[in-house]
Design a binder for this molecule. Sequence first.
Ligand code: ADP
Length: 256
Amino acid sequence: NFAVSLPKTSDDELGDLAKSIEVFANELSYLKQQRSEFLASISHELRTPLTYIKGYTDIVKKRELSEEDRKKYLNIISEETNRLSVLIKELFDLAQMDQNSFDIEKERIYLNHFMDRLEQKLAPAFQDKERNILFECEENLFLMADPLRLEQILINLLDNARKYSPDGSNIKLKAWKYKNSIHITIEDNGKGIPEKDIPYIFNRFYRVDKSRTRSLGGAGLGLAIVQELVHAHEGEISVTSTEGKGTIFELIFKGE
Ligand code: ADP
């Protein structure tokens, strides 16, 4: 890391130039540091599942095992492989977003139909964990958005709501129009997010409780991707949460 401090020896153009170079160099140094932190996180997140996969593959290959143990170890290998493939997909999404090379193909979405289809699609996955998603959508809502990306946003938020709330609890997805904006909220009665962590949860690789959330599957990239996607739709995302009570994510998009 380096920080540059060029003396501003005069108030003329040269002095101003020195000042600009200093600002630019410090910005560059900050970006370099961010990039190396990002790379360190990526390699850590890739290495951890690989270590499990390698370790358990060796055991299954070399040892005499009971059928039960063999299945247990193969399940771990399979879970860790899934984790890797999700992570790689998320990294790929973010890389495309950083290069502005991902397409948003907006079309006019009839939100009521869209939510019905989403409900049918998600019901089996959520029933498994004894969660209920309650959909409340005001009639006749239309939104200009990319349907695949909107689905990705909502599934990500619903999946978090599911991961961070207890079995048997309800998750609410509401949509309504206020003035000229479409509001969508995803509400859970889960563990909530501590106030001190709220400013960081949209940062890449940020997890509130690293040890706990590892068992739940995420690398901390989901919300970073959601935020990028919402911004790419010129929308806004915000969160309110109370520890022990639950969390509400709110999306606001321009209506028609
Ligand atoms: P992850 O893949 O770990 O879920 P995300 O980027 O989706 O990563 O979320 C970042 C962190 O924010 C999570 O690790 C979790 O600690 C917290 N979080 C996100 N959604 C919720 C929620 N609905 N309830 C409680 N905590 C949440």
